[in-house]
Structures are given as structure tokens and as C-alpha cells.
Design a binder for this molecule. Structure first.
Ligand code: BES
Ligand code: ZN
Length: 446
């Protein structure tokens, strides 16, 4: 195994699951390991305490006149359940068929460590041509709550011209991809309560509203028969896709067939009038992430449950405001609440959508770096996923983010058997050296 891979394996062995308080110590140990690695590379690295998990910031010596580049990533990971579906233990990385299997292999430890090693190689060639700041957080998977106040408090020290992030996807293996947009998100939970206790469904059925039926009706009311979101005003601020995007995306080697193979779904279903790529990258959605209530065990149980719930999330596109959408969702849920039950809507977390100009000088330098590394012109896409802090970087630091994703379709982020292609890990290291070189040559804009 190469020294690069064995270091990545060390990094992957920390179960840095941010959402689970039992792993608080593991998240910290992971931050300490990262800090030691960055210090060992000759950077000045600091672990910053927050109300939650620590933030690691490292920098070279900054000098007047060089471009300030920030590299952002996250060292926290998603939970591993259902753990029995993993072919190898999630925190004992293993290579099979050219892929590294582990939780965090792609999202985001593998991708962020390619940044780190790219910087290490660039440092070995001499002084960096950029003023570099590496910012790694441990709370991306739980909404980056403590990073926003940290950015506000360290605005000056973190000032930068542009940010590089590898926490997004490639449209296919070997197809260099630059993301210039992310969907936003807003979440909420519907809680329906009916009778004061579970009831016999024969003795009481037909005379009270069943909370599970009520939740099902509310969920069913979210879409119309054409798969459009049926919430009043949901689309009213949606920025239409630009012609150049529709044209460019139509050429991206990404189609219905590939998508079905990747998802395993029997058919692709979505908003009429849009291609799969347009639905994913440029249109807003409503999703049910969980629904529950009533008997879930073996056989049948004739009961009317006293309570039922559904967890909802909405992916948003430029123009839409998460708070405004959540107001509209809440009004819709209340308007569709059947009689005879109490319906409560609990508002959850949100993140703004993000869009930049891929044809800026920085964007062009990033595209040229991708082309050199992969030997092919990159495709330009927006992403369906969300990284809420990217828009916060723009509002607080005034800097745009270059999204150089290395996740391939089928890498199973957030799912059992997450993997990262060894080939992409290696390409990522090269890509980062190239990016530093090209952004350095671009120099500071006056
Ligand atoms: N890296 C992902 C986001 C992502 C994945 C963007 C693939 C583009 C392509 C990130 O770690 C993530 O999972 N984000 C969450 C954010 C949410 C918890 C606020 C998401 O998108 O669900
Ligand atoms: Zn993630």
C-alpha cells in the first residue's frame, strides 16, 4: 500500500460520527490526528473549540500580493446503520476492486485528504504560490451550526479570494466535473395526534379520525398527479434555468438509463417537462424522509394508533428562500389537516441554495486544472445535494467556492458500503497541486 493510502486508512479508522454524542471523543481524536498531520507538514495548525465539535484551521505563512485560497472540507461522517448491510466493517477500511470501502471514504475524508496530500506535495516543491488556509469542520453532516459564528468571529483571519471544496460528485468515472451550484434545503416534521390512547379498531374504527390516515393524506397532498409540488406559491420565486445550462446539461453523458442502473429504481419519475439532470440540479422538490405510526410488527394488530408522524425535507433552488418556503409548507400542512386530529408542524434546519459563475477567472483555472488532471474537458453541472455553509462563505467572507467533486455515481455516500475509487483519490492529489499552481499563477486581483 502507498504511504498516501495508509495515511488515509488511519484517518478513516476514526468513527467521527458527529450526530451521535457517544462518538464525541472519536470526533475530537480525529481532529487531533488531522491537526498533527497538518503541523507535520510545516503548516501552522490550530484546533478551535466550539459549542460542538472542533474546527481545525491550518495555514502557511501569508505574504502580501499572493492570492488567498481557502480549502474547506469536513472530517465528520454519517452514522453507519444498518451496519449489518456492510460487507466489511465501516471503520476498518479495505480495498476491493480498486475501491476503498469505509464510512467517510468519499464523504468527505477521502476527498478532503486528497486536498491535504496535494498541499503536502506542493509544499515539497518549495514555497506555495498562494496564501493558503485549510478549514476543516466536524459538523457538516449536522448542519454546520457552529461554523457560522466561527466565520463571523474570524472574518479577517479567514479572508480569502476563493474557496476550493471537494465534497460533491462527478457525473461518471473519468469525467471531470465542476459544480457551480448546490440546492438549498429546508426540513420539518408533521406530528399528528388523535385519541388519548391507542384504540381497538373494531370498537372505535369509523368513529374517530385515524392519525396514520391523516398523516398519509397530508403527505399525499404534497404532490399533484404530474409530480409537481402542490404547495401554494412553492415555485413562485424559482429562478428559471438559463439556456446555456439546459444546452450544456443536455450534452452531459448522464441519462435515464445510467440513472436507473445507479439507483436500482424501476423507473424514473419526476416533474414533467424536465430531463433527469434538470430535475436534480435545477428544480426544487418535496421529499418524505420518514413516516411512522401504528403497528409495525409481525402479523396484524387491529389498532388505531394515538399518534403518527412524517419527516419532510424540501430541496431548494436559487430564488427560493428557506424560511419563506417553510412558512408555505406549514400553511399547507395546516390547511390539509383532516378534522378530528391535532396536527403540529415542527420546523427544522435550513440551508440556502448556491450558484456561482463557472466562467470567472477562478472557475476557468479550476476547469483547466481538472482538464490537465483527467485529460479531458470538464463538464459543468449544478448539484442536487446541499452544503449550506457554501452560501454562508459567500455572505460572510464574500468568496465563491469551486466545487471539484470526486464522488462517482454508486459510491453510496450516507449508505452502507460507501466507497472511494483509489484512482480518484490519486487524481485528487494531483488536481490539488495543479489547482494551487494555476490559482497561484493567476495571482491576487487588485
Ligand atoms: N457531500 C454532501 C452533499 C453533496 C453530495 C453535494 C453529493 C453534492 C453531491 C454533504 O455531506 C451532505 O450530505 N449534505 C447534506 C446537508 C444537510 C444535512 C443540511 C445533504 O445534502 O443532505
Ligand atoms: Zn454527507
Amino acid at each position: 500500500m502507498t504511504p498516501e493510502l495508509s495515511q488515509l486508512f488511519e484517518f478513516l479508522r476514526f468513527p467521527s460520527i458527529s450526530t451521535d454524542s457517544r462518538h464525541k471523543g472519536d470526533v475530537r481524536a480525529c481532529a487531533e490526528w488531522l491537526d498533527a498531520k497538518l503541523t507535520g507538514m510545516g503548516l501552522t495548525s490550530t484546533i478551535h473549540e466550539t459549542a460542538g465539535h472542533p474546527i481545525v484551521v491550518a495555514r502557511n505563512q501569508h505574504v502580501e500580493g499572493k492570492l488567498n485560497l481557502m480549502i474547506y472540507g469536513h472530517y465528520d461522517v454519517q452514522p453507519v446503520d444498518p451496519v449489518e448491510l456492510w460487507a466489511s466493517p465501516p471503520f476498518e477500511p479495505e480495498i476491493r476492486d480498486g475501491k476503498i470501502y469505509a464510512r467517510g471514504a468519499t464523504d468527505n475524508k477521502g476527498q478532503m485528504f486528497a486536498h491535504v496530500l496535494g498541499v503536502e506535495k506542493a509544499l515539497a516543491d518549495g514555497e506555495l504560490p498562494v496564501n493558503l488556509t485549510l478549514l476543516f469542520e466536524g459538523e457538516e453532516e449536522i448542519g454546520s451550526k457552529n461554523l457560522t459564528p466561527f466565520l463571523e468571529a474570524h472574518r479577517e483571519e479567514l479572508a480569502c479570494d476563493v474557496i476550493a471544496v471537494s465534497d460533491t460528485g462527478m457525473v461518471g468515472p473519468g469525467i471531470p466535473t465542476m459544480g457551480y451550484g448546490l440546492r438549498g434545503i429546508t426540513c420539518g416534521e408533521v406530528i399528528v395526534t388523535g385519541p388519548s390512547s391507542d384504540l381497538h379498531s373494531g370498537v372505535y374504527g369509523g368513529s374517530v379520525m385515524n392519525p396514520v390516515t391523516a398523516v398519509a393524506r397530508i403527505v399525499a397532498s404534497l404532490h399533484d398527479a404530474d409530480e409537481k409540488v402542490a404547495i401554494d406559491g412553492f415555485y413562485s420565486d424559482v429562478a428559471p434555468l438559463e439556456d446555456w445550462e439546459r444546452e450544456a446539461w443536455s450534452k452531459v453523458p448522464f441519462g435515464e438509463k445510467e440513472y436507473l442502473a445507479e439507483t436500482g429504481a424501476p423507473a424514473s419519475v419526476g416533474e414533467a417537462g424536465y430531463t433527469v439532470a434538470e430535475r436534480l440540479w435545477g428544480r426544487p422538490t418535496a421529499e418524505v424522509n420518514g413516516i411512522g405510526g401504528g403497528y409495525q410488527g409481525e402479523g396484524s394488530k387491529t389498532v388505531i394508533a394515538r399518534e403518527a408522524m412524517a419527516k419532510l425535507s424540501f430541496r431548494l433552488v436559487p430564488g427560493q428562500d428557506p424560511d419563506d418556503i417553510l412558512d408555505k409548507v406549514e400553511a399547507h400542512v395546516m390547511a390539509n389537516a383532516p378534522k378530528g386530529v391535532d396536527v403540529k408542524f415542527v420546523r427544522g434546519h435550513s440551508g440556502e441554495p448556491y450558484l456561482n459563475d463557472p466562467h470567472s477567472d477562478y472557475g476557468k483555472a479550476a476547469q483547466a486544472s481538472l482538464a490537465t488532471t483527467f485529460g479531458k474537458e470538464p463538464v459543468l453541472i449544478r448539484e442536487g445535494g446541499s452544503i449550506p455553509i457554501i452560501n454562508t462563505f459567500k455572505t460572510i467572507l464574500g468568496a465563491d467556492s469551486l466545487m471539484l467533486g470526486l464522488a462517482v455515481p454508486g459510491c453510496k455516500i450516507h449508505a452502507p458500503n460507501e466507497s472511494f475509487n483509489v484512482e480518484n483519490f490519486e487524481a485528487g492529489i494531483e488536481l490539488n497541486q495543479e489547482l494551487i499552481r494555476r490559482l497561484g499563477a493567476l495571482g491576487k486581483k487588485s
